[in-house]
Design a protein around this ligand. Structure first.
Ligand SMILES: [Zn+2]
Length: 118
């Protein structure tokens, strides 16, 4: 297995890399936000995440408690990742696996999260 994987927004302005094995599972959440954007998510410590290009193209969308910065490309509208924190305060990155071309989406084990009720 490769020890890292790369992803991007649709237009390519935003590029990122994660220093971890490509995940075999993804979280599919039914909350009002995830269901609209169709995310397949996997979470990583911020230290394993590198934004390699495109900070200037990124905008942030926040709602509800405003604890998560949903970062999207202002050119193409894609949200490749979100910035958040664990309850202990450590920074975490939620990666939208749909923005990682090397990952076979149909092979992912889906872990359904009932975010609509949470
Ligand atoms: Zn873009």
């Amino acid at each position: 297995m490769p020890m890292s994987f790369e992803g991007s927004c649709h237009c390519g302005a935003v590029q990122f890399k994660v220093n971890a094995e490509p995940p075999a599972a993804a979280i599919s959440c039914n909350c009002s936000h995830c269901r609209r954007k169709g995310f397949l998510l996997s979470f990583f410590p911020a230290e394993q995440f590198t934004l390699t290009q495109g900070e200037e193209a990124l905008r942030s969308y926040k709602f509800n408690t405003h604890k998560i910065a949903h970062r999207f490309c202002q050119i193409c509208g894609t949200e490749p990742f979100a910035y958040g924190a664990n309850p202990d305060g450590s920074e975490v990155r939620a990666i939208n696996l749909r923005c990682v071309p090397a990952i076979d989406l149909d092979a992912l084990e889906l872990q359904h999260y009932d975010g609509a009720k949470a």
